[in-house]
Each structure stands twice: as C-alpha cells, then as structure tokens.
Design a binder for this molecule. Structure first.
Ligand SMILES: [Zn+2]
Length: 310
C-alpha cells in the first residue's frame, strides 16, 4: 500500500515535470512482445551496434554490495519504517533523529565497495567513450557507488548521501566528513532499543557559507518532494537519444524504471532488463536476464569482438 502511494506520488511529480508515463506505458504494453529474449548472443549483437546507451539502475545494484536498501523486509531503522523518516515533515519534527538515520547510512557506506555490476558499467562507459560512443547512468541510488566505480556520466535522480543542502541559503555542497559533525560521532546505531540522541539543533550539521549558519539536511529527494527539474530534463534528453536502454536491479513496475524504460520501449528502442525477477512490464522489453546483476551484467557489457580500440 505504501509502495503504491509512493509510486502515485512519484508518477504525479513526473507528469507535472513533463514526462508522459501513463501514455508511454500504455503504448509499450500494446506493442508488447509475447516474451523477451534471454539470449546473450542476441543482446551482444544489439549492444555492439548501440551508439548511445542509457542504463537505469536501482536498489538491487546496491543490495549486491551489501548496502541496506530500506525497502521491503529491510525497511526499518530502529523501530521506524525508513520511509517515514525520509520526509520533510519527519525532519521538521525531529531533525536529530533523521540526521542519526542518515549519519548511520553514510558511515555504513565507508565499509562498502562497488560490485562487479558497478564496475562493468563504469568500464563500459570508459571503453565506449574511446570509440565515440556514449553511456549514461540514470540511478535512483544515493550511495555514490557508481561514482566510486568510475562512472562519469551520471544522473543521480534522488541526490546523494554525500551532499548536503542548506535549509537557509539552499547551497548544495559535497561532504564526505566522518562523522559529519562532532555531535553525531558514534550515533545512529540501528538497534531497536537505542533511544534518539536528542542532539540540539545547533549541534547538528550547519552551513559554512559566508554569513550563513543554517541547518543542513541531506541532499536527497524525500517522499512527497519533487525531483530536480534540471536533472529530469537531462534524463528526458538521454531517453530520447538512446538507441539501447538497460534496466538494472530495479523492478520495471516500480519507479523509476516504470517511467523511463517503457517510454524508451514505446519508440521501438531495445530495452534489456537485468533483474532478480520478472514483472508484468518485462514483456514490454526486448531482453530479460534473470539473476544477480553482478553476475549477468559483466558478460553482457564486456568488449565485443567487433569493437576497435585504438
Ligand atoms: Zn546556508
């Protein structure tokens, strides 16, 4: 139910921002093939010809690095449903609690590394760029593992755990400090019995811009918030240009792939899904490769015999 509400909110936001998910989805369904191919050699033929590849990634890619996704059965931090902490209302009510949650997530990331799926994507981008071909990653993940793997052409539609935004002046700043402020040192343990630290708001992360000491918040998109319209414009441009789209580690009925991939499929462009399971949208796509994307993606994106590298 909550997931449905979440999708409805996101759909509304995207419609408002100019994307046309519902009509595209309907067209995609009407054009649906009976069954997507899972032939790697057929995919490789398409991949070898593609000049502009859009790769949409979601929580499944992070999960394979051991990153808590706070979805489904994993959806709690302490006794709270994570989705209820990721709201502007929760932050206004209890900024210490929300910062503890995000501080925990930042600190966890210090112990995690990109997995073979992240690395295969980054290597593909670097290799194809030398051939005058273009790869872009459109991710809903906020953990920066794509960046750490070496992806450069990256659209982080939900923001980043490692950026802050000032609630006063609005400035967005990269921040990799550990801890992010002295008062949060050692805080954020996920155990259900741990109480809120109740950190006074003036001791939470504060802005360092000139003449501003405003309260900082994580630069991530919370439930009920709109996505950055500049980033969405970029996403739209990439989806219009791409001649191959990969959907990796995210269900194609759940945002964002539910928006993006059917839109691409509807104009006859091949879409390849790499995911743990099939979904009703899978039949809209040309290819489906089932299993952990850390296993399925590297052979799919490896150098093709026709590639000439100078
Ligand atoms: Zn500020």
């Amino acid at each position: 139910m909550i997931l449905l509400q979440f999708c409805a909110v996101r759909l509304g936001i995207l419609s408002y921002c100019g994307l046309k998910p519902s009509s595209a989805s309907k067209r995609a369904v009407s054009l649906a093939m009976a069954r997507p191919s899972s032939s790697l050699s057929d995919f490789r033929e398409v991949f070898a010809k593609a000049k502009h590849i859009a790769i949409v990634t979601g929580a499944g890619v992070s999960a394979e690095s051991g990153v808590p996704t706070f979805q489904g059965a994993d959806g709690y931090w302490r006794k709270w449903q994570a989705q209820r902490l990721a709201t502007p209302e929760a932050f206004a009510r209890n900024p210490s609690r929300v910062w503890e949650f995000y501080h925990y997530r930042r600190e966890v990331m210090l112990t995690k590394s990109p997995n073979p799926a992240h690395i295969a994507i980054a290597e593909c981008e670097a290799r194809l760029s030398k051939q005058g071909r273009h790869v872009v990653v459109i991710t809903q993940n906020i953990d920066e593992l794509h960046k750490r793997a070496g992806s450069r052409n990256l659209l982080e539609i939900h923001g980043s755990l490692f950026k802050t935004r000032c609630t006063n002046c609005g400035s967005v700043v990269e921040n990799y400090d550990s801890p992010i402020c002295p008062a949060l040192a050692g805080k954020g343990a996920p155990d259900v019995d741990v109480e809120d630290a109740g950190i006074p708001v003036e001791q939470l992360p504060r802005c360092h811009q000139k003449n501003c000491t405003g309260l900082l918040r994580p630069h991530v998109v919370w439930f009920g918030e709109t996505l950055d319209s500049n980033i969405l414009t970029e996403v739209e441009k990439e989806l219009d240009l791409c001649d191959l789209c990969l959907v990796v580690g995210t269900s194609s009925v759940v945002y964002p792939a539910a928006m993006f991939a059917p839109q691409v499929a509807a104009r006859g462009v091949p879409v390849a899904e790499f995911n743990m399971e099939t979904t009703p949208a899978t039949t809209s796509f040309s290819f489906h490769f089932q299993g952990p994307c850390g296993s399925t993606l590297p052979p799919a994106l490896a150098r093709h015999k026709t590639e000439i590298i100078s």
